[in-house]
Design a protein around this ligand. Structure first.
Ligand code: FAD
Length: 415
């Protein structure tokens, strides 16, 4: 089955959905409220493709860490309190159990592995020989307790069939090849990869337009009009768009967009920020996560991106200088060769769409036969873009799903 589809939101979910829907023969229009690249989390994230991130955000470890870190104004985690965030946290606490982690880890692993495979296929079809780059991911601890936790994570990763290695101080130095890392140990996930998210978004956008996908910029959807099979059209200022199917991929803003349809997605923003060192003082080959500082370090050609911080409930695009300072202090301690280069950096912020169970929301909301949601990917949206787009196309086309996604259904929070 195919027809006309309108996608609301031009981030990685919107573009990947457009990519697969147009492959499946749909006539696709993407509505983006800004200019491509102005808004959204998809352009400036750390670019990690992460089979290693099989533990959902809602986990006992994150809960414990959260209570410890949230009081530090220059630390990696903060809360912008509101009634909404309080409700979200109560739900989060309910989900953050070892049982939940055991139940959902295999699905998160499968989604990430399939998405990585799809990026590779997309890359070779579109002539992107340079990405994604598979050099693995080095997770680096600053204290012994974290070393033990990372060694345990590597063990669980191996049980899940992933290539994971526990490392001591020497092992970290060997993997970091030439970059000084002050760390007593950590672990290495060989199957992780990375890419330059801005470049991917840009190339994907241009490829889609060349293929006949209509991308409408400066087009903020205000509301949906109900009728017929569920939704008749969307209204954006003075314009209206009718279609057979509607897909909402508006990131964290998806929640407000569907509220009027009585669809509830308990989602809050997790504001993050990055700083770019344009000319790296040292050749960094392998991406790293400085685990205790929660800083992701991505090599992007001659540049290095340091991404981090999570401010839950923060509906803002302002850089948090205190937390940026905290990131810099940690980097100087763990990666001393970068100390001097942190003086002049370019900064960016983005809002991760975070659900309380740490899983994305991908599926049809109850009562709407021509509406589909694809959002809530939190820290893994870049990684899960292709597999989500494929699931969108398969679902709308009535095809068998490559990865079963019933656990991601929007109705799951009603139970
Ligand atoms: C610092 C940081 C580092 C990260 N690192 C990684 C990483 O290494 N790997 C990874 O997998 N993920 C990472 N993420 C997460 C990832 O960036 C997100 O999960 C992902 O970008 C979400 O994509 P999206 O398409 O759902 O939303 P977005 O990218 O936010 O796109 C939503 C789009 O919808 C548009 N929109 C909103 N409302 C409307 C409307 N009413 N009408 C029309 N358009 C609308 C917005 O303008 C926006 O362009 C990181 C995030 C941050 C902040």
């Amino acid at each position: 089955m195919s027809g006309r589809v309108v996608i609301v939101g031009g981030g990685i979910m919107g573009l990947c959905s457009a990519f697969y829907l147009s492959e499946w023969g749909w006539d696709v229009t993407v509505l983006e409220r800004g200019k491509m690249g102005d808004h959204g989390a998809s352009w400036g994230n750390s670019g990690y493709i992460v089979p290693s991130h099989f533990v959902p955000l809602a986990s006992p470890g994150v809960l414990r860490l959260g209570f410890k870190l949230m009081w530090n104004p220059s630390g990696p985690l903060g809360m912008k309190w509101s009634g909404d965030l309080l409700r979200w946290n109560l739900q989060f606490m309910k989900f953050a159990t070892a049982d939940h982690v055991r139940r959902v880890s295999p699905l998160i692993r499968d989604l990430n592995l399939e998405s990585k495979r799809l990026y590779r296929v997309m890359g070779s079809d579109l002539g992107w020989e340079d990405m994604p780059v598979r050099r693995g991911m080095l997770m680096v601890a600053s204290k012994q307790q974290t070393v033990d936790e990372l060694h345990h994570m590597a063990e669980v990763g191996r049980e899940l069939g992933l290539e994971a290695e526990a490392l001591d101080e020497l092992g970290i130095a060997q993997k970091a090849s030439g970059v000084t890392v002050k760390s007593p140990g950590g672990c290495f996930f060989a199957e992780d990869a990375h890419l330059n998210p801005g470049v991917v978004m840009d190339r994907l956008g241009r490829f889609l337009e060349a293929k006949g996908v209509e991308i409408v910029e400066d087009c903020e959807v205000d509301r949906f009009v109900r009728g017929g099979r569920g939704i008749e059209k969307v209204v954006a200022a003075d314009r209206e768009y009718e279609a057979d199917e509607f897909v909402v991929t508006a990131g964290v803003w998806s929640r407000k967009l569907v509220e009027d349809l009585r669809i509830e997605i308990p989602m809050v923003p997790g504001k993050g920020q990055h700083m770019m060192v344009e000319k790296s003082p040292v050749r960094l080959e392998v991406p790293m996560i400085l685990e205790d500082a929660r800083v992701a370090v991505t090599p992007l050609g001659d540049s290095v991106r340091f991404g981090g911080t999570m401010e839950l409930g923060a509906w803002s695009s302002k850089v948090n200088k205190a937390r940026l300072g905290g990131m810099k202090r940690s980097i100087r301690k763990i990666l001393p060769q970068f100390a001097g280069s942190l003086e002049t950096v370019k900064t960016w912020t983005g809002l991760r769409p975070c659900t309380p169970d740490g899983l994305p929301v991908v599926g049809r909301p109850e009562g709407y036969s021509n509406l589909f949601l694809a959002t809530g990917h939190a820290m893994m949206g870049m990684s899960l873009g292709p597999v989500t787009g494929l699931c969108v196309a398969e679902s709308l086309s009535g095809a068998k799903l490559t990865v079963p996604i019933h656990a991601l259904s929007p109705g799951r929070f009603k139970k």
